[in-house]
Design a protein around this ligand. Structure first.
Ligand SMILES: [Ca+2]
Ligand SMILES: [Ca+2]
Ligand SMILES: [Ca+2]
Length: 387
């Protein structure tokens, strides 16, 4: 034991610095002992020593005193032992037993908030009563980050696993750990909708949507159809009172138009995109618990104007509205024949096209001239339907 006492300062003090009379000892073992000079013999006068203990990240330092005998003085102004964590003073001790104004450590265990702890000893100009000083043990103890990280910005999003010297996070089935090693994201960019109507929502809706995710939902209809979006009234995307959607947002890209960003708790409602291809982009950041959104989409097709019925003619079918892909057959009253651009036809059909225009203007009905009509009917193809 005596040999240990002699050797310990040499073992522990592998880097000692003297600063204007105050000696600084750097310790970074996982455990060790600090004691007053000459311990267990009385400590010398006029000494100042500070032991700076540091352990790796992920650990705290536990310190307790085996022996304590320091000259008592009011508020420990003569001799003392002080314990610091960085610049914060955790305790000041002196005396042989605690009083109203001074404390001894007794069986108190001190724990550093972080991975550094300092113990400072000071004796003034006298030690006539030969106080024997102190001896303290320190050791590194694992921080249970899973229990201690209550701050949402640091805690694991789904599961936390503590281990000695650290911790790690993991995610529920179907999620992936983001590169921040903390939040859980989803793969959400492979949805392409080609049906003429449908519905989709933020992942987990109406439960809070995943963090740290960028999602793309694509609606891709054939030309001539236009997508209408209807956001559900239940709409909740993290927002900010002054800045426009700085955290999470949803955007709609339709042709050359970009709508949004949208966030907050007011649904954007109905959006007529006027496009057959629509991308919906949703971004979430690494915090917050918001419930998300739901979109129902439908398609309308391009509408063609109602054609003017040619005099002495008919349109079949006759409707108040015509949409993409619908046909009209034009016929004439008996005694009249269809004519367009100098040609005569038995039947004529026009089709509503993707751009909302008819495939051709309607022909006119011209009175038949009996001789010419016979020869022209015979010479004209019977089914010149245009598509
Ligand atoms: Ca003294
Ligand atoms: Ca740990
Ligand atoms: Ca958020």
């Amino acid at each position: 034991m005596d040999l240990m006492r002699t050797l310990l300062p040499a073992i522990l003090c592998y880097l000692c610095i003297s600063l204007g009379g105050a000696q600084t000892v750097l310790l970074n073992n996982m455990y060790g002992i600090v004691h007053s000079p000459n311990f267990p013999e009385p400590y010398p006068k006029e000494r100042e020593i500070q032991w700076n203990i540091s352990v790796p990240d992920g650990y705290q330092i536990r310190l307790y005193f085996m022996h304590f005998d320091i000259e008592p003085s009011y508020l420990c102004e003569y001799d003392y032992v002080k314990v610091y964590s960085e610049t914060e003073e955790l305790a000041v001790f002196c005396g042989r037993e605690s009083t109203d104004t001074e404390l001894v450590p007794a069986d108190e265990v001190l724990l550093s908030p972080g991975n550094v702890l300092s113990v400072a000893f000071r004796s003034d100009f006298s030690n006539e009563e030969r106080y024997s000083g102190f001896e303290a043990h320190y050791s590194a103890v694992d921080i249970d980050e899973c229990r201690d990280k209550n701050d949402e910005d640091l805690a694991c999003d789904h599961f936390c696993h503590n281990h000695i010297g650290g911790y790690y996070c993991s995610c529920r089935y179907g999620y992936q750990l983001h590169s921040d090693n903390r939040t859980c994201k989803v793969e959400c960019s492979d949805s392409v909708f080609t049906e003429h109507s449908g519905q989709f929502t933020s992942a987990d809706f109406p439960k809070p949507y995943p963090k740290s995710s960028d999602c793309l939902y694509r609606i891709e209809l054939e030309k001539g159809f236009l997508v209408n979006l209807e956001f559900d009234d239940s709409f909740d995307i993290e927002d900010h009172p002054e800045v426009m959607c700085p955290y999470d947002h949803i955007k709609v890209q339709a042709g050359d138009r970009e709508l949004g960003p949208f966030c907050g708790d007011r649904s954007p409602g109905r959006i007529q995109t006027e496009s057959n291809i629509v991308n919906i982009l949703f971004h979430s950041d690494n915090s917050g618990e918001n419930l998300g959104w739901k979109i129902t989409y439908t398609a309308t097709s391009s509408e063609c104007p109602v054609p003017i019925v040619p005099p002495n003619g008919h349109l079949e079918p006759l409707q108040s509205q015509y949409f993409f892909k619908e046909h009209i057959t034009v016929t004439c009253d008996p005694g009249y024949t269809l004519q367009k651009d100098g040609e005569k036809f038995e039947h004529f059909q026009i089709q509503c096209q993707t751009d909302g225009a008819w495939s051709s203007s309607a022909p006119i009905c011209e009175k038949k001239e009996s001789r010419r009509s016979r020869s022209s009917v015979a010479s004209v193809p019977t089914d010149p339907i245009m598509h």
